[in-house]
Write a protein that binds this ligand. Sequence first.
Ligand SMILES: [Zn+2]
Length: 411
Amino acid sequence: MKRFICILAAALLVSSIAFARGFGDSFTDATLRLDYIFSGNATESSISFLQAYRTSGWAGRRGNLDSLLLAGNGRIEVLDPESGEVLYCQSFSTLFQEWQCTEEATHVTKGFENCFQVPWPKRKVNVRVTLTDNYHSVKASLTHPVDPSDILIRPLKTSCPWRQIRGGGNHAGKVDVAILGDGYAEKDLRKFWNDATKTAEALLSHEPFASMKDKFNFVAVAAPSEDSGVSVPHMNSWKRTAFGSHYDTFYTDRYLTTSNQRAIFDALAGVPFEIMIILGNTDKYGGGGIYNSVTLVSAGHRTFRVVTVHEFGHAFAGLGDEYYYDDDYSDNYPDGVEPWEPNITTRTDFASKWEDLVNEGVAGLYEGGGYRSKGIWRPAENCRMRTNECEGFCPVCTRAIIRMTEYLTKN
Ligand SMILES: [Zn+2]
């Protein structure tokens, strides 16, 4: 009998070692939204916690909870306070970090709103937010406790009407995309619903999304603006809109973004989504997409469909720009550091990129990309991440999108 107990104990030990935490061990079907201010300048970064919210349902992934597919420029992790074990993590990039590379950041310190969603923890947890620089070095880190029974966590539900415009349900097995509009006044809302449908169609008609269309859900959320159109500062045209989007971000005329993340997440509270696209109600060319952050596109320009796919490539799959300028424009991708973006390389660690696809004869290695004509290589002569005229994504970008889709939808 004693021997039997020993065998039983050994069997239990083995099973506990082999036991991997599932979603339901640590989380329930709700969302913890965490708001921060990231602030700093060209050389310094800091993180301040602002506020926590509870919203209904969890539309994010339920598998691969403790692993990252891409490093990004930062990450948010939910940790077991006793063991330090990572229960959930998510990587991202930010407008703040792009701004840190501008001339303005050399002489002023600014703060930017950043909001994140993590699954609702069953017990007290620690949350750690980390920002890294272009050398992959940690620039700022903040760890703070979150108690799910904290009475100051505010419950929140959107006041905007929203519709499932494609797919629906099975949020764990699908990528849930939310489409919002900025600069759509009440009188423009019919146009918004149409533009949102066109956006979903544009993405799903483009490979490799077309072959994986059953893996995507789309919702449209109608947040009315006071004015029609979005702000164009270089034309002294300012509009009062739901999310304050504007051109001339960092004084680049076609760079259309918004830093009003809290207003965006308020509009999305309780809406099943894990990635968003914001349509600017304008026919002026422009857009912007940041990995696991905001995608903004001009809904009225003739290039709307391809620009949407390009910007979604940044936001969804962390793809880098494959275009460059004649002069070495930027220090975004320093020599001797392998960028984390899957489709550009400094050849510092090419084996971790698409060397296998070169050996198979599927992809190539072309110098110029990531805003630099020398010292950075891309996989193809042309790609959706290089020009609007190109037919589609190169094989490396295609593989990156498929991998991200599988990572997010595996249970
Ligand atoms: Zn590509």
